[in-house]
Design a protein around this ligand. Structure first.
Ligand code: GTP
Length: 161
C-alpha cells in the first residue's frame, strides 16, 4: 500500500480539525480546541482501485500574514486550503494565501474548500461564491457531514498524480 502525506491549512477556527474528525472518526463536536503545532491522523482510502494510506497533517491555523513553517510541507503530496464560508476574513486574501502555500510547498494545485455551509442560507452562499476570487473546489459542512468524504477523495486523487 502506498502512503501519502497531505496537509490541511487555513485560518484559525475554519474547521480543519472538524473535517478530519468527521472524515476519520465520523464524529463532530461543537467545542473549539485550537490545534497547537500539528497533529497527524491517518485513514486508508480506496481510490481508482488503489489503497492509499493518507497521513493527514492538521496544521495549526494562521492569521493575517503569518507563515506556515516550511518544514511541515516536506514530503507532502497534496494540500487542502480550508476557509470558513461564514467569516469573510478567512477568504478575503485567499490568493495571497494560496500563493504563499504554493511557494512554501512547491505543490502546483491546492484543493480549496469552503466549510460551514450549514451556517448560510442559499442566498448568502451564492454571494460568498461570487466574492471569493478563486474557484472553490468543494463546499462542505463538517457538522452535517456534507461533501466531507468528496473533499478528502479529491485530496487523495491529487496526492497520487
Ligand atoms: P485551529 O486548530 O485553531 O486552526 O482551528 P480548526 O480550523 O481546526 O477549527 P476546528 O475544527 O477546531 O473548528 C472550530 C469551530 O468551528 C468549532 O467550534 C467547531 O465545532 C466549528 N465547526 C467546524 N466545522 C463546522 C461546520 O461545518 N459547521 C459549523 N456550524 N461549525 C463548524
Amino acid at each position: 500500500m502506498i502512503a501519502k502525506k497531505v496537509l490541511l491549512v487555513g485560518n484559525f477556527g475554519v474547521g480543519k480539525t472538524s473535517l478530519i474528525r468527521r472524515f476519520v472518526l465520523n464524529q463532530f463536536s461543537e467545542d473549539y480546541i485550537s490545534t497547537i503545532g500539528v497533529r497527524v491522523s491517518s485513514k486508508i482510502v480506496q481510490f481508482e482501485k488503489q489503497e492509499i494510506k493518507l497521513l493527514i497533517w492538521d496544521v495549526a491555523g494562521t492569521s493575517g500574514d503569518e507563515k506556515i513553517p516550511k518544514a511541515y510541507f516536506l514530503g507532502a503530496s497534496a494540500a487542502m486550503f480550508v476557509f470558513d464560508l461564514s467569516r469573510e476574513e478567512t477568504y478575503l486574501s485567499i490568493e495571497n494565501h494560496l500563493e504563499s502555500i504554493r511557494n512554501l510547498s512547491s505543490l502546483k494545485e491546492v484543493t480549496i474548500v469552503g466549510n460551514k455551509k450549514d451556517l448560510l442560507t442559499k442566498e448568502e452562499l451564492d454571494a460568498v461564491i461570487k466574492t471569493v476570487s478563486v474557484k472553490i473546489d468543494l463546499i462542505t459542512s463538517a457538522k452535517e457531514d456534507d461533501n466531507v468524504e468528496s473533499a478528502f477523495l479529491q485530496l487523495a486523487s491529487q496526492a497520487i498524480k
